[in-house]
Design a protein around this ligand. Structure first.
Ligand code: UDP
Length: 235
């Protein structure tokens, strides 16, 4: 296997499946199966989940809401998604723990690094909810931060496109995909992988990022088995 400990970043929108809002139980069950496959191979899996399928602080702010208030709502949305994913994983027979960056003790454990790492060693999937716990950040930043903290080998960003392209493949049919690209080239070519804060944190800490299509069945395991799936961003 290519990596021993991974951090998987899933956007909230990915959980919508065919829907316009909220959570699609079918999609959730599919993700749970994909994750179970890699757990069964002995890979340690941590997950950071977004909240964009429910609420984004920026969207609230654009409608006149206080930004911090909106971000608190967004962070709570990630906890809701985390609970949903936790249920789906346990349904598939995977042991899990949900750790939240905001105190919500009746619902989730607080984020404690050593405890999270111990859970991973025991084969439990650790889901990190609540983002970084701070407004003005994104769950991409939370994903990189947690990945570095728990000493993950890589961050896998599951998206609906199968990698990084020269231009947006949904708009430009001449766009070509990179198998690998350096952090520097992403910046000089003006490509978008994550928001700048998250991207820089990853670059500075030499944490590779793999962008891949999480909606294609079997892709996660293939990627971890060393198949040429997605695009690897590295130094
Ligand atoms: N958020 C935040 N701090 C964080 C992470 C998230 O305030 O550290 C809030 C922010 O309002 C964001 C929302 O939670 O819009 C949902 O997260 P994100 O937009 O990253 O979710 P995704 O796009 O991955 O679904």
């Amino acid at each position: 296997m290519q990596y021993k400990r991974i951090l998987l970043k899933l956007s909230g929108e990915a959980l919508m499946g065919e829907r316009q809002y909220g959570i699609d139980p079918k999609r959730l069950a599919e993700y749970a199966e994909e994750i179970k496959e890699v757990i069964d191979k002995g890979i340690e899996v941590a997950i950071v989940i977004g909240g964009g399928n429910i609420f984004r602080g920026l969207a609230g702010a654009s409608n006149g809401m206080d930004r911090v208030q909106g971000d608190h709502m967004g962070m709570l949305a990630t906890v809701i998604n985390g609970l949903a994913l936790q249920s789906a994983l346990e349904e598939s027979g995977v042991q899990t723990r949900l750790q939240s960056a905001i105190q919500i003790n009746e619902v989730a454990e607080p984020f404690i690094r050593r405890r999270a790492m111990r859970h991973l060693e025991k084969g439990r999937v650790v889901i990190f909810g609540g983002g970084t716990g701070n407004p003005y950040f994104t769950t991409d930043s939370a994903a990189v931060l947690r990945a570095i903290e728990i000493e993950a080998d890589v961050i896998l960003k599951g998206t609906r496109v199968d990698g990084i392209y020269t231009s947006d493949p949904e708009k430009d049919k001449n766009a070509t995909k990179f198998d690998t690209i350096t952090f520097k080239d992403v910046l000089t070519k003006g490509l978008k992988v994550m928001d700048t804060t998250a991207f820089t944190l990853s670059q500075e800490n030499e944490l590779p990022i793999v962008v891949f299509d999480m909606n294609k069945k079997g892709n996660l395991l293939k990627l971890l088995s060393g198949e040429n799936i997605g695009t690897v961003v590295d130094n």
